[in-house]
Design a protein around this ligand. Structure first.
Ligand code: NA7
Length: 534
């Protein structure tokens, strides 16, 4: 075994890992980041599927820490496609010389806390052990793909892809018969992108979705200049809103003071923005009050209905069994309209489940659907998936995998009792991913983690760990807020219901990113009450 001694090891070199590496290195710590992919980017490296695009506007999906970076970088679209976000992250890694501290193609297979040494021993697939005082997980909330297998898969003569493991070299599907399983945010992007170019596209749909029309546009020099002038305001504003976006919902109770027509005006305004403002910028009651939820749901149904020519098809493409906003709201650009094309088909696999593969395609209810390629856009083992597979063992050999199998718990998503000096960015039970623009919350968490580590170092101490009581308090608060929402009544990756056997708990904190940020700031200002620093 060969050992490398460090102050800190960062796992992951995506949006959060790059910034975490930068911050700890700037603070003077010896730090390395390890990344399983051959390049940086995380999500934006792996999800190279056709049509992948960010659905937070670019003027807030960026780092705020460097004025030079903000001055340099030119965005080309309001919602840039995956290659551009990947280029941005590569640019950041180059510009701040981060590559020199990143070990690419390096997968962590275990991480053990060594009490005597006060270090984490983190072992890679190649057998190298990093002995680090601080271990910071930046592995992403949506990074372990959920891959399905069906009977007879081995006999299928076509290609099978998963969107989150898409080949880096271009895949030419033009003129082919393509099937897509999954129509979440990812499947929708795939379907609307491939529909015009493939011979036949068949969506094997289990649950329909409420998608909002994305208003994308090219960003020219004039817009870029306006954005730059607005950056000082935006960079503050995003930290003071419910979802880390520049929009907030109306005040609680305001909706009840409006007439239905006035509420509709608000909805029209949010819809016209063509963004997730339609999710985080309407009325807070949408997520808790069934009557208000139904009103907004009906508004969205109407918007979708007019896009679909065939009323029978509209019935199948518009959800009936759950309300709007209770599952992740996808943005779309021609998704519903794609089904007006004669080469695009819908197969309801809830009514008739998939039997399995044949040599030529997929068989559903005894009927064969010939395919050259099948794309699985079937999502992720969210929140806990990647860390649970990393063999993390804390104090007294306590296994994170075993803990989270029964009870997904953290303290503010930032630390876990029993795992000293393990810090999480994007950990479960924090707002990130589901209820916060990832860039906003990732940067806020990285800043907090960096300050917490420096606090330990500057105090001449060695370890930091939340107390069991503090953790229990956070979990209870998290659950209390979650249980008030209608989200808990729905199966989705938000609640862990997309993975068989997973505990049902809202994976992200829904009390508001601004509330969460204030709480984190307060804890820091008060010297970390509820955390033992020894
Ligand atoms: P999602 O939102 O989890 O969507 C996965 C899709 O795959 C969804 O339509 C699922 O249907 C479908 N699915 C999953 N398992 C099955 C099985 N066993 N059979 C048939 N269909 C299945 O993942 P995405 O990648 O679209 O988005 C994840 C996040 O990434 C997104 O929210 C953004 O934050 C970025 P179901 O709805 O479960 O019936």
């Amino acid at each position: 075994m060969s050992y490398k001694y460090l102050d800190a090891l960062v796992v992951g070199a995506g949006v959060s890992g790059l910034y975490q590496l930068y911050k700890l290195r700037e603070a003077g710590l010896t730090v390395t980041a390890v990344e399983s992919a051959p390049d940086v980017g995380g999500t934006w490296y792996w999800n190279a599927y056709p049509g992948c695009r960010v659905d937070s506007p670019a003027n807030i999906y960026q780092y705020w820490f460097s004025q030079e970076l903000l001055d340099d970088w030119e965005w080309s679209e309001r919602f840039p496609a995956q290659p551009e976000i990947k280029r941005y992250l590569q640019h950041v890694a180059n510009r701040f010389d981060l590559y020199s501290s990143i070990e690419l193609d390096t997968r962590v297979v275990s991480a053990h806390w060594k009490e005597q040494e006060g270090r984490w021993h983190v072992t890679t697939e190649a057998g190298l052990v990093y002995a680090a005082k601080y271990l910071v997980s930046c592995v992403g909330l949506l990074s372990t793909p959920k891959v399905l297998s069906f009977p007879n898969q081995e006999v299928f003569q076509g290609q099978v892809y998963h969107t989150a493991k898409w080949p880096q070299e271009p895949v030419d599907l033009k003129g082919l018969r393509v099937g897509v399983i999954g129509n979440g945010a990812t499947g929708i992007q795939v379907i609307q992108t491939l529909a015009p170019e493939v011979a036949e596209l068949t969506s094997f749909q289990r649950t329909p979705q409420y998608a909002v029309r994305m208003k994308n546009y090219a960003v020219d020099e004039k817009i870029m200049a306006e954005w730059r002038a607005d950056y000082p305001r935006l960079s503050q504003l995003v930290h003071n809103t419910f979802g880390g976006f520049p929009w907030d919902p109306a005040e609680e109770g305001h909706a009840a003071t409006l007439t239905i027509e006035q509420r509709r005006e608000v909805l029209e305004e949010c819809w016209a923005d063509g963004s997730l403002r339609m999710f985080v910028g309407t009325f807070p009651e949408v997520l808790v009050d069934p009557v208000m939820n139904e009103e907004v749901t009906e508004f969205v149904r109407e918007k979708i209905r007019v896009q679909i020519n065939d009323p029978d098809l509209a019935q199948k493409l518009i959800p009936r069994d759950h309300g709007y906003g209770l599952r992740r709201v996808p943005l779309e650009n021609g998704y519903y309209e794609a089904f007006n094309q004669s080469n695009v088909h819908l197969v309801d696999i809830k009514a008739t489940p998939i039997d399995g593969f044949s040599e030529r395609g997929l068989v559903v209810g005894g009927e064969e659907y010939p395919l050259d390629a099948l794309i699985m856009a079937t999502g992720f083992d969210a929140g806990t998936g990647t860390l649970s597979r990393m063999g993390v063992e804390g104090r007294d050999g306590k296994s994170l995998t075993a803990l989270w199998r029964d009870d997904i718990r953290t303290t503010l998503g930032l630390q876990v009792h029993g795992f000293p000096n393990l810090f999480l960015v994007g950990g479960p039970l924090s707002p990130i991913a589901a209820f916060c623009n990832v860039q906003t919350c990732a940067q806020q968490q990285v800043d907090w983690v960096t300050d917490a580590i420096l606090n330990v170092v500057n105090a001449g101490k060695s370890t930091m760990e939340p107390t069991a009581e503090r953790e229990e308090e956070w979990v209870q608060h998290h659950d209390e807020v979650a249980n008030e929402t209608l989200m808990m009544t729905i199966d989705s990756w938000y609640t862990g219901a997309n993975i068989e056997g997973k505990q049902r708990r809202l994976l992200s904190y829904i009390g508001g990113a601004h509330v969460y940020r204030e709480l984190c700031d307060e804890i820091q200002a008060q010297g970390y009450p509820g955390f033992s620093i020894e």
